[in-house]
Design a protein around this ligand. Structure first.
Ligand code: ADP
Length: 445
């Protein structure tokens, strides 16, 4: 009987996971956005700068040469394909590289070049004649720390004398070790362990402290306290660099704990819009018809990549199976995949190895792959009450207008209720969603 009970539990759980709609933590969302993005997010707003002493001069740089970097570091910057500093970098880099050091709080949305800015500052502040950790960078998760470390390793390609160490799970050090690396990039828990339990480095000798993704950090249970504990043991002269994608009261009160006398620079978020998107709806009476619509559309538009959003994992895997059978190269990204697998799927899609990505609700913000021309809502986004979720719709479909390129959005409607939701979305944005007969896709602009 026990076995039976177990079995019935399993099937209930399976059912639950099949119907799962997938939600992602801010840390995961941030990671996926990083992975799928190819370059800078364009932003037309002006930088807002606040400082305590209005008399202290402020510089902004238009070139990387103007920063007087070590030649091999500059070479690394160019090697990464950076020609000119991004908006946030123009203002942040002179502050980060200032002598005497200045504390900085910087806020700008994901993809605007924050990581590249502080990585460059970290590398250029290292004194390689000193064989101990001088720069400490804290990230909210293992994966985000690895992303930062990879960017740093890339930029330091021509500076082999700079040594870096990941302070993340899986990195075990024998007791009594004394780290000789110049830079530690890690997560708060491991770094605390290393500093206090294993004493493999001395926090008071850290001269540059970077806190990355501060908003995501606060979201992780206990991370904020751990950061504050680490911070308490830093020298009063340690330079603080604090980065966040959002600027809320919680972020700022956290910042106040960590950063004394800061210069604050902010870049307003570039809102997504539907301006360059041709929106359509297609009437279908069954999943089969929805499937036929997807293949017709794809057959017509053909070029570029497509992302298809489904409400549940079950639909996603059903659709993927069918497309696969029909010879399409499809990738599936849903919640049951381990983080490693998800990274792999996203990497492959970004590289264009698969033309179609089927997903549940991941990536609902910041889909910024240039070659994605079609977004299909296999199911319209709804909230918990089954009402139109306009915000998610915008995140799925909208663009920040970076390329001014046209995109196509197609909504598959299989019931009167879905039609009603579609009309709500249309009204909300005041942008027409046109009827499309998929037997005659030539209408697609
Ligand atoms: P953030 O940390 O704000 O999310 P990143 O530093 O990760 O932003 O930069 C976003 C993307 O833009 C990355 O792919 C990065 O390599 C690229 N990038 C950063 N700075 C520049 C630059 N000055 N020129 C061109 N590309 C850049």
């Amino acid at each position: 009987q026990q076995t039976e009970e177990k079995l019935s539990n399993i099937s209930v759980n399976e059912k639950e996971s099949e119907d799962a709609t997938d939600t992602y933590s801010p840390a995961e969302a941030s990671l996926f956005a990083k992975i799928i993005r190819k370059g800078l997010v364009d932003n037309k707003h002006d930088i807002d700068i606040q400082r305590n002493d209005p008399n202290s001069p402020l510089y902004s740089v238009k070139t990387f040469e103007a920063l007087n970097l070590k030649p091999n570091l500059l070479k690394g910057v160019y090697e990464m394909g950076f020609n000119t500093p991004s908006k946030i970098q123009e203002a942040a880099l002179p502050i980060l590289l200032a002598d005497p050091p200045q504390n900085l709080i910087a806020q700008s949305q994901s993809g605007t070049g924050k990581t590249a800015a502080f990585v460059l500052a970290m590398l250029s502040k290292v004194d390689t004649s000193k064989k101990y950790p001088q720069v400490l960078c804290l990230s909210p998760t293992y994966e985000l720390a690895i992303q930062t470390g990879e960017a740093a390793a890339y930029m330091a390609k021509f500076c082999p004398e700079i040594e870096m160490k990941f302070g993340v799970r899986g990195e075990e050090l024998p007791r009594g070790t004394q780290l000789t690396d110049h830079i530690i990039i890690g997560t708060p828990g491991k770094v605390l362990d290393w500093a206090f339990r294993y004493r493999v480095f001395d926090l008071s000798k850290i001269s540059v402290f970077v806190l990355d993704e501060a908003d995501v950090m606060i979201d992780q249970q206990g991370h904020q306290d751990q950061c504050i504990r680490i911070h308490k043991h830093l020298s009063p002269t340690c330079q603080m660099m604090f980065f966040s994608a959002t600027y809320t009261e919680r972020v700022m009160s956290f910042a106040e704990h960590i950063v004394k006398n800061p210069i604050i620079i902010r870049l307003k978020r570039e809102e997504e819009s539907l301006d360059n998107i041709a929106q359509y709806y297609v009437r279908c009476s069954s999943s089969e018809e929805k499937y036929a619509a997807v293949t017709n559309i794809y057959g017509t538009v053909g070029v570029g990549q497509a992302i298809i959003f489904c409400q549940t994992r079950k639909t996603a895997s059903w659709l993927a199976g069918k497309l696969h059978q029909d010879g399409h190269a499809v990738a599936v990204l849903t919640g049951e995949l381990a983080v490693e697998q998800r990274i792999n799927v996203l990497d492959r899609f970004r590289e264009g190895k698969e033309k179609v990505l089927i997903t549940t609700n991941v990536l609902s913000r910041g889909i910024d792959v240039e070659q994605v021309t079609i977004v299909v809502n296999f199911d319209l986004p709804v909230d918990r009450d089954g009402e139109a979720d306009c915000e998610t719709y915008l995140h799925r479909i909208g663009r920040t207008g970076r390329f001014g390129k046209k995109g196509i959005a197609i909504n598959l409607i299989d019931s009167d209720n879905a039609m009603r939701i579609c009309e709500t979305i249309e009204k909300h944005f005041g942008k027409t969603i046109k009827y499309l007969n998929t037997k005659d896709c030539d209408e697609i602009e």
